[in-house]
Design a protein around this ligand. Structure first.
Ligand SMILES: [Zn+2]
Length: 182
């Protein structure tokens, strides 16, 4: 798990991201979370893409098995369930609002973009609209920062602790990896 500032992104990471997304990742500023094998699971993206488009989703879940697991939770109406939990619990509301602020603070390291000022992701600070975005934040920030993202990961069949990557460890295979660099 990682929040800014991030280590420089390696070419091997970008290659894994391209495989995961089926296209080159845009505006990458860091790898925010990894599988136990070392492959990226969450990419951090600049709030303004190279083509000028504002991009609010700073922490973007890229791992295909992770995104599938979140989609399956959404299909099982877990978003509605977590939304109701949030509506009923003032402490959870407060923690979720703090997660929103933490998200914006992290993103602000990479510039302020007027079009998305105060807009984070996933429905924060008061709604539950995208488990992918919330799980991405929870994976990046670690447990205890995004309570709804944490709950989504607890319910998930996927976990970063059990590698199900198509090509395990390929982000660390290149000679420029952090492992090779010591
Ligand atoms: Zn893996």
């Amino acid at each position: 798990m990682t929040t800014p500032p991030f280590a420089p992104v390696e070419d091997a990471d970008l290659e894994v991201l391209r495989e995961q997304l089926g296209r080159p990742a845009r505006g990458v500023v860091g790898i925010a979370a990894r599988c136990v094998c070392g492959n990226p699971t969450v990419v951090a993206t600049a709030p303004r893409l190279p083509d000028g488009t504002p991009f609010p989703t700073f922490y973007y879940l890229t791992h295909p098995a992770a995104t599938a697991a979140m989609s399956s939770l959404e299909a099982d109406h877990v978003m509605r369930e977590l939304g109701e939990l949030l509506d009923a619990d003032p402490e959870l509301q407060s923690a979720y609002a703090q997660a929103h602020e933490a998200y914006l603070r992290d993103r602000a390291h990479y510039g302020d973009v007027a079009e998305i000022d105060g807009i984070s992701a996933g429905g924060m600070p008061t709604r539950v609209k995208c488990l992918h975005a919330l799980a991405g934040h929870a994976l990046a920030a670690g447990p205890g920062v995004n309570p709804i993202g944490d709950l989504a990961l607890e319910r998930s069949t996927w976990s970063p602790a059990r590698c199900v990557c198509a090509t395990p460890g390929s982000a660390l295979a290149a000679p420029t990896s952090r492992e090779a660099a010591g």
